[in-house]
Write a protein that binds this ligand. Structure first.
Ligand code: FAD
Length: 453
C-alpha cells in the first residue's frame, strides 16, 4: 500500500507524526509539498519567508534522499493537487498536520470531502505545529483560554506525546513526476533582507545545539537585553516546522533551571496564541475585544514608523532591524507596536501588515494576536498600558548599544545620550541626518487617553 505525507508547516524529518504516520502504515510513502498558488495573492508569500521556505524544502529533499526517497513538489491549488497525487500514486491514506488558521481549516474540510468521494481516507495529526494541540486544555465551560496565566498552568499539566525519531528509510514510488524544489521561489518577487538566516531543519538543529550550549542557561536574565541579543532566534524554524515544539519542550524540561523554565514559558505563549486563533479565526482581522476605537490614519506618521525615522531612536532601531534581518527582538516588537497603536494611535492592522511583509517568522497566530495584545484589543489583562520609549531604553538598552548598531546616523553619539538626540547641542544635532521626534510623548498619551473616554 501507499500513503501520502503532505508537508505543510512541519518541514522536518525528526519528530514528525505526519511522516511517521504515513510511513508506519504503508510500504511506500509519497512525501508531498504543494506550492500553493492560492497563497500567492494573499500577502503571505513575501520574499523573506519564501527564501527561507526554499532553503527548508531543499533541506527536506536532501534528507529524504539520504533515506532513499525524495520530495515530490507540485504547484497549483492545494486540494486538487493533493487529490491528483493521491490518485496517481493510488494512495489509500493521506496524512497531514492539523492547522489552526481559517485557511488551514478550510483546506482540511475540502480535502476530507474530496478524498472521501474518492474512497480515500484523510488522517489529521495533532501536536505537530504546537506542543499542546489547540482545544486540548480548556477552561470550564469555554472553548479556549483568553488569559495566558491560567492557560500556562493548564498547559504545564497537559501530557506531551513522546518525541519521535526520523524514519531510517523512505520508499517513494518511482514514477511520480515532481517539479524542482526551486519553483517555490516564483511565489514572491523582490529581494530578501540581507541578514536573513538560512532555513531548514539542518540549520535549525545547528542553532538549537549552540543555543543549548551557550544561550539557554542565561536566558532568564538576558531575554530582554536588546543589545545582548540573547534569545534563541528559533522562531522562523518553529514557524516553518523545521523544529518540533514537542521535542524542544521535552529537552528544555530535561535540562531544567531558570533559563529552561523561561524558554518553555515562551513556547507556551506560542501555543496560547494558536489556541486563541483556532477558536476565533476571525481574530486574524477583527478585534478580539472590540472597543470601538476610532484610529487615526496619518500617512506621514505611518511612513516614518515603517522607515524607522520617528525620531525615537529605540523605536527606529527596532524598525531598522526588521528591514535588515527580517526579524526583530521581542522587546523591540513590543515597543514599536505600542508606539504605533498607543502613541500614534494607529490601527494595529497597519502594523501587523507591515510586520507580515518582512518577518521571516511572520505567522498569523503569533503576529496578529501579539499585535492585538500590544494594541489593547487582544488578551492583555492591562490593555491600557503604554510603553514609554525612554523608560524602555533606560531598562533594556541602558548604554545605547542596540541603537548604535541599527541606526548608523547615531553611531557616533556616546553613552545613553543616544536615546535623546534632541537634547544634543544644536550644532551637533544639525550635523546628524536624524529626524526630530514626530510626536511629543505627552501629546501621544493625551491622544490615547482621549480616545479611551
Ligand atoms: P525566544 O525568546 O528565544 O523564544 C523562544 C520561542 O518562543 C520563539 O522562537 C517563539 O516561537 C516563542 N515565543 C516567544 N515569545 C512569544 C510570544 N510573545 N508569542 C508567541 N510566541 C512566542 N513571533 C512569531 O513567531 N511570529 C510572529 O509573527 C510574531 N509577531 C510578533 C508581533 C509582535 C507585535 C510581538 C510583540 C511579538 C511577535 N512575536 C512573533 C513573538 C516574539 O516576538 C517572537 O516569537 C520572538 O521575538 C522570536 O525570537 P526568538 O526565537 O529569539 O524568541
Amino acid at each position: 500500500t501507499t500513503s501520502l505525507c503532505v508537508f505543510t508547516s512541519d518541514l522536518r524529518l525528526s519528530d514528525n507524526p505526519v511522516l511517521r504516520g504515513a510511513a508506519g502504515s504503508a510500504e511506500q510513502v509519497v512525501p508531498l509539498f504543494v506550492v500553493d498558488r492560492g497563497l500567492a495573492g494573499t500577502g503571505f508569500a513575501v520574499p523573506n519567508r519564501v527564501a527561507f521556505l526554499a532553503d527548508a524544502l531543499a533541506d527536506l529533499d536532501a534528507g529524504l534522499r539520504r533515506r532513499g526517497g525524495r520530495l515530490v513538489v507540485r504547484q497549483g491549488d492545494a486540494v486538487p493537487e493533493i487529490l491528483r497525487a493521491a490518485r496517481q500514486a493510488d494512495a489509500d491514506e493521506v496524512h497531514i498536520a492539523g492547522g489552526v488558521s481559517g485557511y488551514a481549516t478550510r483546506r482540511e474540510q475540502r480535502l476530507r470531502a474530496a478524498l472521501a468521494e474518492d474512497g480515500r481516507e484523510l488522517r489529521v495529526h495533532g501536536a505537530v505545529i504546537t506542543a499542546v494541540e489547540p482545544g486540548e486544555v480548556t477552561p470550564a465551560g469555554r472553548d479556549h483560554f483568553a488569559v495566558f496565566t491560567p492557560y500556562f498552568r493548564a498547559w504545564q499539566r497537559a501530557g506531551l506525546r513522546k518525541a519521535l525519531t526520523a524514519p531510517h528509510t523512505v520508499t517513494v514510488p518511482s514514477a511520480l513526476r515532481s517539479e524542482p524544489v526551486a519553483v517555490v521561489t516564483s511565489l514572491a518577487s523582490g529581494s530578501p533582507s540581507p541578514g536573513l538566516p538560512e532555513g531548514g531543519e539542518t540549520a535549525g538543529r545547528d542553532r538549537v545545539r549552540s543555543w543549548w550550549r551557550s544561550g539557554l542557561g542565561r536566558y532568564a536574565d538576558r531575554q530582554d537585553d536588546l543589545a545582548g541579543d540573547a534569545t534563541s532566534r528559533l522562531s522562523p524554524y518553529l514557524h516553518f516546522g523545521c523544529l518540533s515544539p514537542v521535542e524542544l519542550v521535552h529537552r528544555a524540561r530535561q535540562a531544567g533551571g531558570p533559563g529552561a523554565d523561561a524558554f518553555v514559558r515562551q513556547l507556551a505563549w506560542r501555543d496560547f496564541h494558536h489556541q486563541v486563533l483556532a477558536a476565533r479565526p476571525d481574530a486574524a482581522r477583527a478585534d478580539y475585544r472590540p472597543r470601538g476605537d476610532r484610529w487615526r490614519d496619518d500617512s506621514a506618521e505611518i511612513a516614518a514608523w515603517k522607515a524607522g525615522r520617528t525620531g525615537y531612536p529605540l523605536v527606529d532601531a527596532g524598525m531598522r532591524q526588521l528591514r535588515q534581518e527580517g526579524w526583530m527582538h521581542n522587546r523591540a516588537r513590543l515597543l514599536v507596536a505600542s508606539f504605533l497603536t498607543k502613541t500614534l494611535y494607529t490601527d494595529w492592522r497597519i502594523g501587523a501588515r507591515h510586520f507580515l511583509d518582512l518577518l521571516v517568522d511572520g505567522d498569523v497566530a503569533n503576529n496578529q494576536l501579539n499585535w492585538q495584545w500590544a494594541a489593547g484589543t487582544g488578551t492583555d489583562t492591562r490593555p491600557n498600558r503604554v510603553l514609554n520609549p525612554l523608560a524602555q531604553a533606560r531598562r533594556f538598552d541602558p548604554d545605547g548599544a542596540y541603537v548604535r548598531r541599527w541606526v548608523p546616523e547615531l553611531a557616533g553619539v556616546p553613552g545613553s545620550g543616544v536615546h535623546t538626540p534632541w537634547r544634543l547641542p544644536t550644532a551637533e544635532r544639525d550635523r546628524l541626518d536624524y529626524p526630530a521626534p514626530i510626536v511629543d510623548l505627552q501629546e501621544g498619551l493625551i491622544r490615547f487617553e482621549r480616545a479611551r473616554q
